[in-house]
Design a protein around this ligand. Structure first.
Ligand code: NAG
Ligand code: NAG
Length: 364
């Protein structure tokens, strides 16, 4: 079938007959969270949190901006690659219909956090409770296609990725000096509050049928080019944001372990993005990077001020930069993260890595 017209005819016929065949080869994949994993939902929204213009996407297969906050592929794309699937579409994409729904969906939206007041400056973004509502709506749409039982199986057998939390610090607590949240809470108390709200979100996700959920902790928030530009004299990481990450990440792992114990199953898998990043920060050259401090695209000190736009400095070789823009890793850094998610030791993956999970789940 190299004639695309014949393919469209054939595919159209399948749909009109109502025979949408479940794809048995690979499991569905669902993505929730913020800009680290958004692959284009914000393109459809009135928001300032967007990555839909050059030079975003410069190394993407189409060399066009897609809404991914990367020069090329992002973490969900690379996990899809490992699952042997095509990338999931953004939930708001009009292309997400019919057979494509069975691949999964990406509900993530740049700018959001655990808390509803995180990212309010971005105006119209899909907060996490709304992402979960969309997940419910998605399941209704799939039910109409393959029936409720098959749908539940698809969801139960799926892999889920959840990436949240960084914005609750960067775009909330530490957004401005004397922010409302920082006047309300001392940092340790704020972290406890975040973790308790995060737990409710994850339990809701479980209620909606998720049974294998990768949960990423925050990276070293104080070491991103945007923070170095504002707080660093000699390239040292910003202390308060590092303290936030150091408080948040261990409590997240503890909370996930508690949930798993309660549920009697390893539903939630923690990915230690902090340790993964710290490896490159302490020795960028060992991983083929020339710098972990300067963003490829941006302006000002460390290329960390403002947004990455057509007017920004742009590095010629994105592969040797940890950071693509002032906040987000390059495709190559994303690849190393996904490699650790797949095969990393318990230093990075708790209680186990994704290749172990995939081997376990394929035996069921
Ligand atoms: C956030 O908003 C949702 C939807 O309006 C609500 O159900 C939830 O309780 C809110 N969360 C908090 C922490 O206020
Ligand atoms: C992770 O994956 C590799 C196989 O790729 C395996 O040898 C290793 O033991 C795993 N580590 C853990 C902690 O699960």
């Amino acid at each position: 079938m190299d004639n695309p017209f014949v393919f469209v005819m054939f595919f159209g016929l399948l749909l009109t007959l109502g025979h949408v065949v479940p794809q048995a080869e690979s499991r569905a994949f669902f993505v929730f969270g913020d800009s680290l994993v958004d692959n284009g939902n914000n393109n459809y929204l009135v928001t300032t949190a967007r990555a839909d213009a050059y030079p975003y996407g410069i190394d993407y297969p189409t060399h066009r901006a897609t809404g991914r906050f990367s020069n090329g592929l992002n973490i969900p794309d690379l996990i899809s690659e490992q699952l042997g699937s095509e990338p999931t579409l953004p939930y708001l994409s009009p292309e997400l219909t019919g057979q494509k729904l069975l691949v999964g969906a990406n509900f993530a939206s740049a700018g959001i956090g655990i808390l509803n007041d995180t990212g309010i400056q971005f105006i119209n973004i899909i907060r996490i409770s709304r992402q979960l509502q969309y997940f419910q709506q998605y399941q209704q749409r799939v039910s109409a296609l393959i029936g409720p039982e098959q749908t539940q199986r698809l969801v139960n057998e799926a892999l889920v990725l959840m990436t949240l939390g960084g914005n609750d610090f960067v775009n909330n607590y530490f957004l401005v000096p004397f922010s409302a949240r920082s006047r309300q809470f001392a940092l340790p108390d704020y972290v406890v509050y975040l973790i308790s709200e995060y737990q409710k979100i994850l339990l809701r996700l479980y209620e909606l049928g998720a049974r294998r959920v990768l949960v990423t902790g925050t990276g070293p928030l104080g070491c991103v080019p945007a923070e170095l530009a504002q707080h660093s004299r000699a390239g040292e990481c910003a202390v308060e944001l590092q303290r936030a990450a150091a408080l948040f990440n261990p409590q997240l792992v503890q909370m996930l372990n508690g949930l798993n114990a309660e549920l009697g199953s390893d539903v939630f898998i923690a990915a230690n993005a902090y340790e993964m990043h710290m490896d490159w920060i302490s020795n960028p050259r060992a991983y083929g990077f020339i710098t972990s401090k300067v963003a490829c695209c941006g302006q000002g000190p460390y290329n960390g001020i403002g947004l990455c736009t057509i007017a920004s400095n742009l590095c010629p070789n994105r592969d040797v930069f940890v950071f693509w823009d002032p906040f987000h890793p390059s495709e190559r850094a994303n690849r190393l993260i996904v490699q650790q998610i797949m095969t990393g030791s318990t230093k990075y993956m708790n209680p186990m890595n994704l290749s172990t999970i995939m081997a376990l789940d394929s035996k069921v």
